[in-house]
Design a binder for this molecule. Structure first.
Ligand code: URA
Length: 210
């Protein structure tokens, strides 16, 4: 763990991640596991949210009870695989506003090409959590965060399931202010830009498209 990278080593996260990595894990189980892990990662990425207190009455007495300080949240999913993390996050943070950024990787250059962008209007007033299961080259994630900053976002965090060292380095170089929370830092990228050992193509495994 460094200042800008948190690896969630909790046994439940690691166990579920191993089930997801296994190539014989079927699509419905893969999706369910991703949803469950997203709750556990969300717990970590929201750890530093500012708190305040509010006077309430319990059945026994009045108390000043801790509550979130009201800094509003935005979740931004990088399509399409980000949606697998988004669903669980929304269970936990139902009031969050949601944005979508559509980027695909050019298979030749591995560079991101934008095809969709729809963001909440007041990003500057929100803590923005970007979700994408795989931080591979980091090019798409860095490009998505460029868009968010151009739209006014200031306090940005990035949540993924797996990260490659190359992706972490790229993100740090482009956006050193962005905290990354991941379940694992894998070994390397292969020649096709896949994370090794990884889990394959997250979108395909989530939606059964291959
Ligand atoms: N995207 C994926 O879905 N898997 C990888 O290993 C890398 C990028």
């Amino acid at each position: 763990m460094t200042d800008h990278l948190t690896i969630v080593t909790h046994p439940l996260v690691q166990h579920k991640l191993s089930l997801m990595r296994a190539k014989d894990t079927p699509t419905p189980a893969f999706r369910q596991l991703l949803r469950e892990i997203s709750l556990l990662l969300a717990y970590e990425i929201t750890r530093e949210l500012p708190m305040t207190t509010r006077p309430i009455d319990t059945p026994l007495c009045p108390m000043d009870a801790p509550v979130l300080a009201g800094r509003k949240l935005a979740l931004v999913s990088i399509l399409r695989a980000g949606n697998g993390l988004l669903d669980g996050m929304l269970d936990l943070l139902p009031e969050a506003r949601v944005g979508f950024v559509g980027l695909y990787r050019d298979p030749e250059t591995l560079r991101p090409v934008q095809y969709y962008c729809k963001l909440p209007e007041d990003l500057g007033e929100r803590v923005t959590i970007v979700v994408d299961p795989m931080l591979a080259t980091g090019n798409s994630s860095a490009a998505a965060i460029d868009l968010l900053k151009a739209a006014g976002a200031r306090d940005i965090r990035f949540m993924c399931l797996l990260a490659a060292p190359e992706g972490v380095a790229r993100m740090h170089e482009a956006h050193a202010d962005v905290l990354i929370v991941t379940a694992a830092l894998d070994d390397h990228l292969n020649d096709h830009g896949y994370i090794v050992p990884g889990l394959g193509d997250a979108g395909d495994r989530m939606y059964g498209t291959k």
